[in-house]
Each structure stands twice: as C-alpha cells, then as structure tokens.
Design a protein around this ligand. Structure first.
Ligand SMILES: [Zn+2]
Ligand SMILES: [Zn+2]
Length: 668
C-alpha cells in the first residue's frame, strides 16, 4: 500500500519510533534538524528594513531538502511533528515554507512519543503558531547581531578566530567574577570545640555537643590560644542537661523534574554534565527499542520549564503509590506544583511516559547511563505525588559552668516520599544522627574534648549543577540553552572544567574584561534577563519582534562605534629576547593558542611556542607539551608536531595527581 500522508520530524530515531506507531498509511522522514538558517559568511540581517532575516538553505542540508520535496509530491496530507517548543515550531515552519506544498501542511505536537499521545496529537493537528516562530527568529537575530559585530573586536584586541555570544558572555562573567572573589578571599582562622558526652554508667550513649556560648556570649575562638584556654577550663565542670526541645518537622517532596532541576540533580547524584544529561534524556524521549523491534518513548519532552503533569499520568501514579507503598503514602489530593510566571502552560514536567514501566523492568533494554537517568526521573516523579516525610527534631542545651553546649538530632517518624526518592544532600540538609534519650536535669559524663581548627572558605567555583541553577535564578537562558551555553564556553576555551568545576582561562578573562569595558549592557545579567523576558512576550503575542530588536540595537550600535574607535591591539612584553635579532619577545594569541613573537614583527618573523615545561611522554620524542586550541576545544599537543602527534586533555602529571590523596582545595 502506498502511503498517502507524509510526516516530517527532525531526528531519525524519532522518525523510527513514530513510524512504528502510525503504521503503513504514513511515511515518516527526518529533516536532520534545521534546513535553513542565516548565512555563514555574512550578517544576514537587513537592519534597514525591520531587521529582516536573510535566510538560506544550509549547504549540507540541500540534499535532504530535495528528498523532502520529492516525498511531499503527491501526498494528500503533510504533517510536521517536530519537538513541542520554539525551535521545533521554527524548524517545521521553515520546512513548510520550502517544500513547495504550503497549503496542505499541518503541525502536530506532543510531549511524549507514545501511541496514545501521538494519535491524539494527530486528531488535534493545527496551523503553525506564528508568535512562537517570531520569538525563535527574534532570538536568532539578537544572537547573530551580537556575535557578528563583537567577534571582530575580539580579533582586533586578542586573537583571530574568537567569537562572542550574547548569553554565554553573561555566563562567562559569572564564572570570571566568582574566580575574582576566590582570588581575593582572605581565609580567617577559627576554632570549634566539641565535647563527647555520655550518660553516667552507660557504654552506648555517646554523642557530640558543640560549644556555643561562654558566659552568655557567643563562643568565638579565633586561634589556638583562645581554644586552649577553654579546653583547660572545661574539665572538672559538671555537665548538666538544662533544656530538651522536641518538634516535628515535615519535609515536602520536590516537584517532578524540569530541565534545570534534572541537570542539577543528574550532576549532583550521577556526576553527569548538563550536555550528557540532555543527550541521554533525548534518547529516552525519542524512543528505545524495548524488544520485538518496538521502539517507544520512555519519558516526556526534556526541554521544559513547567512542572505540570497530565491528569492521566497523575491517575496512574496514584494507583502505583497505593499498590507499592500503601495508602499512608498517598495524599488525599494530588500534589500541585507552582508553575513559574513565564513557563509554557502547555508544557509538562519530565516524567516517565508509563509509570508501569519500572526502571527494573527496562534494565535489559537500557545502557547503564540511560538506566541511571531513567531511574532518577522515574523515582523523582513517583516521590513528587507522595506524602511528606515526618521527622522528630530534638535540640538539647547542656551547661558546664559558664560554658553552654548544644546538640541536636533527628529521627524519622514517617518516611513518606523519601521511601521513593530523596534529593542529593547539600550541607545544610544532611540528616542528623539520633540522640540518646535525654531529660532536663540529667547529669552527663565528659568522655573527651575535641578542639578543631578551621578556616573560613571562599565561595566554591561553579559546577554544571550550580551554574545552571545560577542561570535559572538570574533569568538568563531557557531550558534549551543551559547545556549549549556551557558547551560553547568550553569549546572556545574561555573556561575549563577541572575536576567538575569551572575555572576561567586567561583568554576567557581577557574576553570578559574587554566586553565588560565596552559592552556593559551585553554583559549585564539584568539586561540579558530582560531580553529573555521580551522574547517570551513575543511568544505570547504581547510584543513585536521588530520593536525588541530596535530597542536592543540602538544603544548597542553606540557602544559598538565607540569600541571600534578605541580598541587597540594589546602588547604584552616578556623577559625573553629574540634569538635572531635580540629584541624583546611579546605574547600573541593565535588561532591555536598563545605564543611568543618578536616585537619587531613583521621585520623579524621569529616566533616561539610557550611550553608547559612538561616533557612529551612519547618514548624518544624529547618534545615538550604546549597548550593548544582547536575547534573541539582545548588540549595539550607536542612541540614536535607534526613529527609527533601526541595529544592529551590534561598534563600527564596532573593525571598522576589523582592517585595521591586529595589536597585540601576550596571545594572541600
Ligand atoms: Zn627578532
Ligand atoms: Zn612528542
């Protein structure tokens, strides 16, 4: 039977999953992403005429477009089933505009690739959402204007081949500012004194209490002398419980995942980078073969900022909670989570497509990392519809002469949602130990005193988790942009991820400095957040695209003209002299990294690599390792290249250091 309808999606896996669901009456093909975009080599924005985009077919997509056109011919119906967001809407619209069959093209969108969701989406096929497309075009044009005009300034001042971006520049600033805070941080010494106590004549009742007050004032011990004075004074005092306070504390479950929280938890619990998390989530969403060549989408769409859950899914999960955990664990009414002001009402949280498919039942069909992420999403969703956990909190005051100690403990009364899932603990949230039963007036024995030295700590560097959290809190970026922002910063070697934490490179600091000096608005967090809000307003049909671009461009152009006149090449002299002409060498940045060049360039063309001082580990090479940049990011290469092709992401001795016991760092 020849198919009468054509369905176009953006990825081959998705095409396969949907094809299985729809059957033989439909031909399902993939566009492999966008087919048209702004041109590579020119601005592609007609500033004089309402910032009209000058789109062109992406060269590598020409063949695919021809195939789509061929498939479209003679079909009665054409459906575009790209992802349910701005990007998907725009990809679909551009396909519609270019396959020469505009009239019969309809849009279908669904948040999960399951038979039920796909078939109801086809019943509700609709026209394109033009406001959504306008918002996507607006973002693309803003990013292009910034990138196109700022990059040449970076070339002029620092090095050719660098590029600037609107949103990632603000993210770079967060990382650079944090590094400055860390560098100027001055650690302060302080001491804590804990007492190990027990009930008299008891061997199993030891617990720790911390010194809190001395003669009614907060105990602040700044050095060893101060701590010593106290440790001498305490023994011989009588320890007595003066107060026992008990209270019950409820802990509510967290909302089911949205993109930002999924990325944070996957990093905190599984150490997955934002990019890895999104890649795995996409695989689970697009379809996994679960036997009999039957691919099926296992989770809902992974780019979302709404914790909303479809009523059918709530019904399913409530049944499962009663069955698996018992009626005590089920709240009388479903838990409802607050939707953020600008979140897409129609969107859904990231949840399993079928609660009946437990992680355990899918173990044979998922690779290890897919399994771990599915389990995380599954359990978090179940927990989100369960009752709160109840804890009994105990806090105890203990007096010893003028010294006041405090101890606290907690006991789980009812596990509630924690029976299914608990989020990764941050420090404040660490579960406390249970205290032995204590009563007011009870005397205690001192087992020993434990004085300890501490230093105040600088703020920690950003990780994938804390950076995504900061971007979200600041209103920068959107579910589709968190992971790409991080990837771009790494690719350009503006920051490096060292043991999971981001450190800006010298290059990243220079770029940040230049942009902050000449383009304070582009680097301003509040301004960037405002632009994101305006894009959301375009999507809601409350603001015109041209107006947003005009408002941005006028002040941008003023800064740009000033910068073009004032930015000069920066010359950094070094101690080294040229071995050809004796003049001093200067630092230059090239496409592939930093190097030394004779200051008499172009008369003397002598140049030299800056080596790391670490020998190339290749046997009998004798070269030294040099920092390099490529289109795939930063690496170390050999000074004997091309004779020796050794490369490494880290210096060999850095890798060796992992074996040694970790030295105290600011992240501890
Ligand atoms: Zn020279
Ligand atoms: Zn070598």
């Amino acid at each position: 039977m020849k198919a009468k309808s054509l369905v176009i999606v953006e990825s081959p896996t998705k095409a396969k999953t949907i094809g299985k669901i729809l059957g033989e009456k439909f031909t399902v093909v993939s566009s492999m992403g966008h087919i048209i975009d702004l041109p590579q080599k020119k601005l592609g924005v007609d500033i004089e005429h309402d910032f009209a985009p000058e789109y062109a077919v992406i060269p590598r997509q020409r063949k695919i477009l021809d195939e789509l056109k061929k498939e479209a011919k003679g079909k009665d119906h054409i459906y575009i089933a790209t992802d349910p967001d701005r990007e998907g809407e725009a990809i679909g619209w551009h396909i519609r505009e270019n396959i020469g069959a505009k009239k019969k093209v309809l849009r279908v969108s669904f948040h999960e690739i399951t038979p039920a969701a796909v078939s109801s989406a086809f019943k509700a096929a609709r026209d394109f959402d033009l406001n959504m497309i306008e918002a996507q075009v607006g973002r693309r044009l803003l990013d292009r204007l910034v990138g196109y005009f700022l990059s040449p300034l970076l070339w002029k001042k620092i090095a050719r081949g660098l590029s600037a971006g609107r949103v990632q520049s603000v993210a770079l600033k967060l990382i650079v500012d944090r590094e400055k805070d860390i560098q100027k941080f001055n650690p302060q010494e302080y001491w804590e004194i804990e007492a190990e106590l027990k009930k008299p004549h008891s061997t199993h009742s030891q617990f720790l209490a911390k010194l809190e007050k001395i003669a009614g004032f907060k105990a602040e011990l700044k050095n060893k002398e101060a701590a010593d004075k106290v440790t001498v004074g305490i023994p011989g005092q009588i320890f007595k419980v003066t107060e026992v306070k008990k209270s019950e504390k409820k802990r509510n479950p967290e909302a089911p995942f949205i993109t930002s929280t999924l990325q944070q938890e996957a990093f905190n619990k599984l150490r997955f980078t934002a990019k890895r998390t999104m890649m795995l989530a996409q695989q689970l969403y697009e379809g996994i073969d679960i036997g009999q060549d039957n691919p099926i989408g296992l989770i809902t769409y992974m780019r979302t900022d709404s914790p909303r859950v479809a009523p059918e899914a709530i019904k399913e999960v409530r049944g499962l909670i009663t069955k698996k955990f018992g009626a005590d664990y089920l709240p009388p009414k479903p838990n409802v989570y607050k939707v953020k002001k600008l979140a897409q009402e129609a969107h859904e949280a990231i949840r399993p497509a079928f609660t009946s498919r437990t992680p355990e039942s899918l173990k044979d069909y998922l690779v290890s990392d897919q399994y771990k992420l599915y389990e995380l999403i599954y359990n978090r969703f179940i927990a989100s519809q369960m009752n709160p956990a109840r804890m009994e909190m105990t806090s105890v005051d203990i007096e010893a002469g003028i010294y006041l100690f405090g101890a606290s403990g907690s006991r789980m009364v009812f596990a509630g949602f924690t029976a299914a899932y608990d989020k990764a603990n941050d420090d404040q949230d660490k579960p406390k130990k249970e205290l032995p039963p204590l009563e007011k007036g009870m005397a205690l024995d001192l087992v020993k005193l434990l004085p300890s030295q501490h230093f105040t700590k600088p703020p920690p560097r950003y990780s994938d988790s804390s950076l995504v959290k900061a971007l979200e809190e600041d209103g920068i970026g959107r579910p589709s942009t968190y992971a790409p922002i991080i990837s771009t910063l790494l690719l350009r070697d503006y920051v490096r991820r060292i043991k999971g934490y981001f450190t800006p490179t010298e290059l990243g600091q220079k770029v940040c400095e230049l942009l902050s000096e000449y383009f304070p608005k582009v680097m301003d967090v509040k301004f960037t957040a405002l632009m994101e809000e305006e894009l959301d307003e375009i999507e809601e049909g409350r603001l015109g695209r041209t107006k947003v671009l005009e408002d941005f461009y006028a002040p941008f152009k003023t800064s740009l003209e000033y910068a073009q006149q004032h930015i000069k090449k920066e010359v950094v002299f070094t101690e080294e002299t040229c071995d050809k002409c004796g003049k001093p060498m200067v630092v230059k940045w090239g496409r592939r990294g930093k190097f030394l060049s004779c200051s008499d360039f172009p008369r003397c063309r002598n140049s030299k690599s800056i080596t790391s001082g670490v020998k190339c580990p290749q046997p009998e090479c004798g070269g030294e390792l040099i920092e390099r940049r490529s289109t795939r990011g930063f690496f170390y290469g050999c000074s004997n290249y091309p004779k020796c092709t050794f490369t490494s992401r880290a210096l060999p001795q850095e890798e060796g250091e992992k074996e040694k016991p970790a030295e105290p760092t600011s992240q501890d």
